[in-house]
Structures are given as structure tokens and as C-alpha cells.
Design a protein around this ligand. Structure first.
Ligand SMILES: NC(=O)c1ccc[n+]([C@@H]2O[C@H](COP(=O)([O-])OP(=O)(O)OC[C@H]3O[C@@H](n4cnc5c(N)ncnc54)[C@H](OP(=O)(O)O)[C@@H]3O)[C@@H](O)[C@H]2O)c1
Length: 338
């Protein structure tokens, strides 16, 4: 191997990301220096949250410039280590971006446990999205037995785990997702009490009212916009809204945001709304992973992966997130372990 395939940002993104916003580039294979490692990536993720860095404007992370490698979470094999944090042959998870090989000092990376199988789960259910579901639902949302929990983007990576975790706490869970197949999965495979196909519902408010007749105690919001405002109208007294993501708004930069237009229910329903950033819980990730492992191995927590083969398919996988084309954790397979 002498070159290194990378997916780079071709131009700043306006509106919904398109595959043409990225290009594949072959770069020279990087060489690790002292204290560094060469990692061969095997899987990379596509994440809706990356969208904030693609418009050229500063967000909580600096913007990506055209020509820079697109960010992604990765699982890879350490193929060379010059006194680096990990040894040759270690499988490591991190955020090395959409590229075959990367040189790194290993900051912010971890060696994955042998029970994290398949290894892609290290950036899925055992990675950022799984942790987001865990802390967002259990720490921020705090559902109680018998309460009604509503989750949007519920068939997605974060949403499906968040809903199942609420059910494990004894809550009655209703999901909102796009399409009959995803809704059937929520009801039949995951045992949700209800599922609303927001793309087919004539009236979303009626659909929430019918599936949540006692009101919503916890609304776990991944999408924002009209769905958030509609859910607000169905909150129960003392309800909590967890602002996890706002995917319906990520492509609307420069236009008036949609969303909460009337906060009145906060007063008469005594509601609370809280956002969170998963990385604030980093010192508890290891304990959370172990607890999730128990549920997964007992068959009480399920997950799906949506894997496209080949790094070159990452732009398609990424733009597909905003069209609901992924049904499970959005991943690309870059290489095989053997
Ligand atoms: N707070 C944090 O620390 C944190 C950390 C990680 C992720 N997040 C957020 O968590 C959310 C879910 O992320 P994920 O990785 O699990 O992605 P995902 O749910 O696996 O994929 C995104 C899904 O969002 C739905 N969607 C896309 N555009 C939509 C729209 N306009 N309106 C309604 N639904 C739409 C689609 O499902 P349908 O087919 O159902 O439309 C799509 O499959 C994102 O908002 C992300 O930014 C937050």
C-alpha cells in the first residue's frame, strides 16, 4: 500500500448535503513519528451532528474547510506504533475521519474490549450514539415506571436505544419515525407501545394524542422543528423535554428556524426542557458500556446497523441520513480485519 484514500469536503454545503459535496482523494501514506501510531481504519460512521461544521460557519467545533478530510468516528487496527499509546494489533476506536489510514497520538481514543462485537458496535451502541441514548434518556429524561415516553427519529441509532432504555425503566414508549417499515420494527421487534409514521400521518397532533392518551411525561427530541412544537402540545403535567438533536433544522441555516413558537404549555403544564452534550459524561462511559453489554447479551436491548461497503460510499451514506435512508447506525466498511 502506498496511498491513502480519503473523503474530503469538496465545497461548503448549502441546504441538504449531497454526495457531490465531497470527493475522493488519494494521498500519500502518512508515516508515524515518535510517540505516534499508524491506524488502518476498518469502519467509519456518518453522523448528523457533523452537519454544523460543513457550512463554513463556526459552531461548537471549528468549521471544516474544502480540501479537509470529512470527520467521522472510526474503528481501526494499529498497524505500526512508534512508542504510541496503543500497541500494534490493537483495535482502537476514535474519530480519525473518512480515510483508510491515519497517523495519531491516540488522544481521545480507546482500545476496544473483546466483547464489543461486531467491532463496529464500538462506534455504535457502545460508542457515541449509545452513550447519547443512555445519558440523554436515563440521566436527563429520567423516565419512571408507567410514564409515557415519546421519542423522535425513534428508529435511528440514538432514538431506538433511547426508547428501549426507557422501556427497561418500565415506561410506556411511543416512537415517531418515517415510513411503515421503521414503525413496524419499533412495534414488533422492539415492543414499543406505539409508533407514528410522521411522513404518512394526516395530522401529527391527532396521532400523538391517540397514542399518548395520558399525555407525554418525557419527550426525547432528536429532530426539533414542527415535531417538537407538536409534541409540546401533548405534554403531561410536570413533563420533561430532552433536547438531544435538531436534525430537521440542520440544513436550514440562513432561514428562520422552525420549532417552539408557543412556550405557553411550559407554564400551565409545569414543564422542563434540557439539552445536553454526551461528551460531558465521558468519565461514566465505561460503566455505561458495561451495563449496556448486560442488556444486549440478555436480548433486552437491540440495535441495527446500516452498513455500506467501501469508503467511496460515505458521501451517499452521509447525505442519506437527512432523507431517512439509514435504518440503523450509518456506517461504511473501509476494510477487513484479516
Ligand atoms: N446531544 C448529543 O450529545 C448528541 C450526540 C449524538 C447525536 N445527537 C443527535 O441525535 C440525533 C440522532 O442521531 P443518530 O446518529 O442517531 O442519527 P439517526 O437517527 O440514525 O439518523 C438520522 C434519522 O433522522 C431522521 N430524520 C432526518 N431528517 C429528518 C427530518 N427533517 N425530520 C424528522 N426526522 C428526520 C431520519 O429518520 P426517519 O426515517 O425516521 O425520518 C434519519 O434516519 C441527531 O439529531 C444528532 O445530532 C446528539
Amino acid at each position: 500500500v502506498s496511498d491513502n484514500c480519503c473523503i474530503v469536503l469538496d465545497r461548503l454545503v448549502e441546504g441538504a448535503p449531497r454526495p457531490e459535496d465531497f470527493r475522493l482523494e488519494r494521498r500519500p501514506l502518512p508515516e508515524p513519528g515518535a510517540g505516534e501510531m499508524l491506524v488502518r481504519n476498518l469502519f467509519a460512521s456518518v453522523d448528523p451532528g457533523s452537519r454544523g461544521r460543513l457550512s463554513g460557519r463556526a459552531s461548537y467545533a471549528p468549521p471544516l474547510r474544502p480540501g479537509q478530510v470529512m470527520e467521522a468516528q472510526t474503528v481501526g487496527l494499529v498497524v505500526q506504533s512508534d512508542g504510541g499509546r496503543f500497541a500494534e494489533g490493537d483495535l482502537v476506536a476514535g474519530a480519525l475521519g473518512l480515510r483508510e489510514f491515519a497517523v495519531t497520538k491516540g488522544r481521545g481514543m480507546r482500545r476496544i474490549a473483546d466483547w464489543e462485537q461486531p467491532i463496529s458496535t464500538a462506534i455504535g451502541i457502545y460508542g457515541t450514539p449509545g452513550m447519547t441514548a443512555y445519558f440523554g434518556m436515563l440521566d436527563v429524561g429520567q423516565p419512571e415506571p408507567g410514564q409515557t415516553v415519546l421519542v423522535s427519529a425513534a428508529a435511528g441509532t440514538v432514538g431506538s436505544a433511547a426508547g428501549q432504555l426507557a422501556a427497561l425503566r418500565g415506561a410506556r414508549v411511543v416512537g415517531i419515525a418515517g415510513g411503515a417499515e421503521k414503525c413496524r420494527y419499533l412495534r414488533e421487534a422492539l415492543g414499543f407501545a406505539g409508533a407514528i409514521d410522521y411522513k404518512a400521518a394526516d395530522d401529527l397532533a391527532d396521532a400523538i394524542g391517540e397514542t399518548c392518551p395520558d399525555g407525554v411525561d418525557v419527550y426525547f427530541d432528536n429532530v426539533g422543528g414542527v415535531i417538537l412544537q407538536t409534541a409540546l402540545g401533548h405534554m403531561a403535567d410536570g413533563g420533561r423535554i430532552v433536547i438531544c438533536g435538531q436534525i430537521s433544522q440542520y440544513n436550514r441555516e440562513g432561514t428562520a428556524p422552525e420549532g417552539l413558537v408557543d412556550p405557553h404549555p411550559f407554564i400551565y403544564r409545569r414543564l422542563r426542557m434540557q439539552g445536553f452534550v454526551v461528551f460531558d459524561y465521558a468519565d461514566r462511559f465505561e460503566a455505561a458500556r458495561r451495563e449496556m453489554r448486560g442488556w444486549i447479551e440478555a436480548g433486552r436491548l437491540q440495535f441495527r446497523e446500516h452498513v455500506l461497503d467501501g469508503l467511496e460510499r460515505a458521501p451517499e451514506a452521509y447525505s442519506g441520513l437527512f432523507q431517512g435512508e439509514n435504518f440503523g447506525r450509518g456506517l461504511v466498511r473501509i476494510g477487513e480485519l484479516a
